[in-house]
Write a protein that binds this ligand. Structure first.
Ligand code: ZN
Length: 271
């Protein structure tokens, strides 16, 4: 599943390629998770004025304050192609400009493209309103975690994953950040002291920023006709390494399930 770093790299890849361009045509394939919300023809002639990201949503700003919200779902990826490039069976959105197109390729069709008159429109607002602080923004601080976790008995792993305190810390990144911070994933979120929360804050920023940086090397693939991109190989410390030796202390990495999601950790390094 595309996580926040992949979506941020997608934003960095497509923003320079489509900002300022006028939409000539919108081609839709099979139905996606949510409908577009307007007749595709209504978008003809509209101009893309910028590309923002909120959590895992890409916001393609249009003139007059309107917005196209793009979500990659479970298996979606976006590329910029020549405008005459024929769609394949899993290509379900083409935003066609004068000389190029932006294509959403989404085999499982959990992704979506949604139109709204403004980002405050109720059907878009409800997607964005519950999102926590952006982890790669200046608003994210140790205090964010302190305030957000206060009094909560849920495990810190699940509190991170919930996305209402800090957004976009997906399953892999939560395990990795907790390892870096030396915090046991089952620790009650509200019981972690300020010094350890400061470590956790730094660890979250580090794992996500590293993933975005790694993805940066794939930026040119967004405009290559046969390029593939999307999921970055993270050099995981713990994730997916059950039974293998911890890279720090050599104890075998443990695997547990929390809220139906896999968690990996080192029982020696994380308390
Ligand atoms: Zn260890």
């Amino acid at each position: 599943m595309p996580e926040l770093p992949e979506v941020e790299v997608t934003r960095l890849g497509i923003a320079p390629a489509i900002t300022g361009l006028r939409l000539q045509r919108v081609r839709l394939g099979k139905p996606l998770r949510w409908p577009l919300g307007c007749a595709p023809e209504l978008l003809h002639g509209r101009v893309i004025t910028g590309v923002r990201r909120r959590g895992k949503y890409l916001l393609l700003d249009l003139d007059q304050g309107a917005v196209l919200v793009l979500h990659l779902g479970m298996s979606g990826s976006v590329r910029i192609l020549d405008k005459d490039n024929p769609p394949g069976p899993h290509d379900h959105v083409d935003l066609v400009f004068a000389d190029r197109l932006l294509r959403l390729h989404d085999p499982r069709r959990f992704g979506a493209l949604i139109y709204a008159d403004s980002s405050d429109a109720p059907h878009v607002h409800k997607l964005l309103v519950k999102l926590g602080v952006e982890p790669l923004s200046e608003q994210f601080s140790p205090q964010t975690l302190k305030t957000g976790f206060q009094g909560r008995s849920v495990s810190v792993k699940q509190a991170l994953l919930a996305g209402d305190v800090v957004v976009g810390v997906g399953n892999i990144y939560a395990s990795e950040a907790l390892f870096l911070a030396g915090i046991h994933p089952k620790t009650a979120a509200g019981r972690i002291g300020p010094a350890r929360l400061a470590k956790l804050h730094a660890a979250v920023v580090q794992v996500l920023a590293q993933a975005v940086e790694k993805g940066g090397s794939s930026l040119r693939d967004f405009v290559a006709a046969d390029g593939s991109h999307g999921h970055f190989q993270l050099s995981a410390q713990v994730y997916g390494r059950a039974g293998q030796p911890c890279r720090v202390c050599h104890a075998p990495i443990k695997h547990i399930v929390q809220g139906q999601r896999s968690t990996y950790y080192c029982a020696q390094c994380q308390h």
